[in-house]
Design a protein around this ligand. Sequence first.
Ligand SMILES: Nc1ncnc2c1ncn2[C@@H]1O[C@H](COP(=O)(O)OP(=O)(O)OP(=O)(O)O)[C@@H](O)[C@H]1O
Ligand SMILES: [Mg+2]
Length: 223
Amino acid sequence: MYSELVLNDEPKAVLSETIRTLRTNLQFASVDKELHTILITSSMPGEGKSFIAANLAVAFAQSGSKVLLVDCDIRKGRQHYIFGSHNKKGLSNLLLEDIKTKYNEYINETKIKNLSVMFRGMTPPNPSELLGSDKNKELVSILKANYDIVIYDSAPINAGLTDSLIMSRLVDGVVIVSACKSTPKNLLMNTKKSLQNVNANILGVVLNRANGGAKKYYGHYYG
Ligand SMILES: Nc1ncnc2c1ncn2[C@@H]1O[C@H](COP(=O)(O)OP(=O)(O)OP(=O)(O)O)[C@@H](O)[C@H]1O
Ligand SMILES: [Mg+2]
């Protein structure tokens, strides 16, 4: 149905099991601490943030939670593509509106039970300012109050962008995706340091590796 949503299309694939383990670990991580909003980020482009964010969102939805996936990579996000939709309006457009009364109009239902998605919207001239605005902060808490879990797909950190660092301060926890064979270790360490510098709550690292065609899925989770 959705070609990259392996959790939905191939629930028995090894990667589906791995993502379910990630979900379980995150559920355990939230026993004492509030964990309703999770940012998925990484050091470099193409490490699998969007892929993992979408599949993790499916995993939470399959466990019965009411889930919202938000594409906050407002420069290059492609969740609309993953969900076979268009990006006519999304987060960046919503942030120009009265969010309290309008946010619902920017949330799309999916064919997966319990899972809704907000796409990124048009690319604005000032993505970092938009994400760092009081309005975005307010939106994060409105969405949190209305969903059990909100998963944010984000931009890479080492591209010199502050977008994900800004977002990391607004969420309960951050998961770092790392393409295990291609991400230089020093980049991963820089990402960790940058997140620590802004006091982000790092939950763990997903070692991800896409090897060849979309039918081969690999991934491990390290807390
Ligand atoms: N574990 C995996 N198995 C199979 N394919 C994968 C896996 N992880 C990622 N991919 C594929 O690799 C490509 C890049 O992944 P994705 O778009 O999720 O990366 P990204 O980190 O979000 O990139 P960007 O920084 O550009 O947003 C996509 O085609 C995706 O389907
Ligand atoms: Mg992406």
